[in-house]
Design a protein. Structure first.
Length: 406
C-alpha cells in the first residue's frame, strides 16, 4: 500500500485537517461581523442595522458568484487556483483590518465574498484524493463543521480580542492565521487536477434538473429561517435574554458548540441513503424546528427559556447541510458528471442566498417590529422548507432503483 493510501485510511490526516482549517478561516471571516457588530458600529459611527446589512451584502455577492467561480475553476489547475483565491481572501481581510470608513469595509467584504464560496467548492473536490469512499459524508460534514468550529472558537475569540484591543485586531488575527494556513497548503495538499472537458455554459445544465432545483430551494429556506435571528444573535442575547455584556462571548461559545454538534450530526443523517433521500428525512426535523423558532417570541417575557431555546436552535441550524451536499454531488454523478465542481458549490450558494434573504428580512423585522418578532418570521421559512422536502419524496423510489442496478 502506497504512503498516500495509508494516509487516506486515517480520516484526520494532515491534508484533511488543512481543508477543515480553511473552512474555519472562511467561517471566522464571514461570521465575525455578527460577534463584533456593536463594536464596528461604534467605531465607524454607523447604526447596528447598517453593520448588520454587511451580512446580507456578503451573501448577496457570495451566492451568484459561487457557481460561476466554481464552474470556471474546473477549467484550471486546482491547486494553483485554490492558492490564488486564498491570497485574494487574505487581501480582503487586510482591507477589513485597516478600513478607515464604512465604504472601505463594504469593498473588503465584497472582495472576500467573491472567493469564499469557490474556496469551499474546491475543498470538496479533494475528497477522493485525501480520504476514502467510506468517509465521504464524514469529510463533507467536517468541512462544513469548520464554519461551526469558527462559531465555537474563532468568533468568540475574535469578539474577546475586539472587546480587549479593538475590533480591527479581530481581523488582524484572521490575517495571521491565514498566512499560516497558506504555508501548510503549500506543504501538504495534492497537486493533481481533473480539468473538465465540457464547455463552461454546458456545466449549468445541472440547474435544469428538478432534484437540484428543489434541493437549492430547500436549503435557501432552511438557511433564511436561521439567519432571520442569527444575524442579530448578539443583540438578542443582550436585549431579550439579558445576558450581561461581559458574558456575551461565553454565550457565543455555547451557541457555536450547538452549531458544531448540528454539523457533525448532520453528517450522520446524510448517511441515510443516497441522492435525494437523506434530505427528505429532514422533513420532521423542519417541523420541530418551525415550532421552536416561533416560540422564540417567548424570550421577551421569559429570558431563561430564551437562553435555553437559543442553544436548541443552534443544534438545528446546520442539520440539512451534509444531506443537501450529498444530493447535489450524487445527482451530478448520476446525470451531469461534467458539472461536479459546480455541484460542489451549490450548498454554499444556496445557504448564502438564504443568509441574504434571512438577514435582510431580519433587518426589516427588527427595524419595524423589534427583535422579539424575528423567531415567528423565521418559522415561516421553515414551513416552506417542509413543503419542498415533501415535493422531493417522489424521487426517492426511482433513485433507489438506480443505485440497486449499478
Amino acid at each position: 500500500m502506497a504512503k498516500s493510501d495509508v494516509a487516506k485510511e486515517r480520516f484526520f490526516n494532515l491534508p484533511v485537517m488543512v481543508l477543515i482549517s480553511l473552512s474555519f478561516m472562511l467561517g471566522m471571516s464571514e461570521f465575525i461581523v455578527v460577534g463584533v457588530l456593536p463594536d464596528i458600529a461604534a467605531g465607524l459611527k454607523v447604526s447596528e442595522v447598517t453593520v448588520g446589512n454587511l451580512v446580507s451584502l456578503f451573501a448577496f455577492v457570495y451566492a451568484p458568484v459561487t457557481p460561476l467561480g466554481s464552474a470556471l475553476s474546473a477549467r484550471f489547475p486546482r491547486f494553483a487556483t485554490h492558492l490564488t483565491l486564498v491570497g485574494v481572501f487574505l487581501i480582503g481581510n487586510v482591507l477589513c483590518a485597516f478600513a478607515s470608513n464604512y465604504g472601505v469595509l463594504v469593498v473588503a467584504r465584497i472582495l472576500i465574498a467573491l472567493v469564499s464560496g469557490t474556496l469551499v467548492a474546491i475543498a470538496m473536490t479533494y475528497a477522493p484524493d485525501v480520504t476514502t469512499e467510506q468517509y465521504r459524508t464524514k469529510f463533507i460534514a467536517w468541512v462544513f463543521s469548520g464554519f461551526s468550529i469558527a462559531s465555537v472558537v474563532g468568533v468568540p475569540v475574535g469578539t474577546w480580542v475586539a472587546n480587549t484591543f479593538g475590533w480591527r485586531w479581530a481581523f488582524h488575527l484572521v490575517n495571521v492565521l491565514t498566512v499560516v494556513l497558506i504555508v501548510l497548503m503549500v506543504m501538504v495538499l495534492p497537486r493533481n487536477s481533473r480539468i473538465v472537458k465540457i464547455g463552461f455554459l454546458s456545466q449549468f445544465r445541472l440547474f435544469f434538473d428538478r432534484r437540484i432545483q428543489l434541493g437549492v430551494l430547500d436549503v435557501v429556506c432552511g438557511a433564511a429561517a436561521s439567519y432571520v435571528f442569527y444575524t442579530y444573535l448578539t443583540p438578542i442575547m443582550r436585549d431579550e435574554v439579558h445576558v450581561p455584556e461581559q458574558y456575551l462571548s461565553v454565550g457565543l461559545v455555547i451557541f457555536g458548540a450547538a452549531c458544531l454538534w448540528s454539523n457533525l450530526y448532520g453528517g450522520k443523517l446524510a448517511d441515510r441513503g443516497r441522492g435525494v433521500e437523506p434530505l427528505t428525512h429532514i422533513r420532521p426535523i423542519y417541523c420541530a424546528h418551525a415550532v421552536l423558532m416561533a416560540s422564540l417570541i417567548v424570550a421577551h417575557w421569559v429570558p431563561v427559556y430564551g437562553a435555553l431555546l437559543l442553544v436548541v436552535l443552534g443544534m438545528f441550524m446546520y442539520l440539512q447541510n451534509s444531506a443537501s451536499q450529498v444530493l447535489y454531488m450524487d445527482v451530478a454523478s448520476q446525470s451531469h458528471p461534467g458539472s461536479l465542481n459546480l455541484a460542489a458549490s451549490l450548498n454554499s450558494m444556496s445557504f448564502n442566498i438564504g443568509i441574504a434573504i434571512g438577514s435582510a428580512v431580519g433587518g426589516v423585522v427588527n427595524g419595524h417590529f423589534g427583535l422579539m418578532w424575528l423567531g415567528p418570521v423565521g418559522a415561516l421559512f421553515l414551513v416552506c422548507a417542509i413543503a419542498i422536502t415533501t415535493m422531493l419524496r417522489p424521487f426517492v423510489a426511482q433513485e433507489r432503483k438506480f443505485y440497486a442496478d449499478i
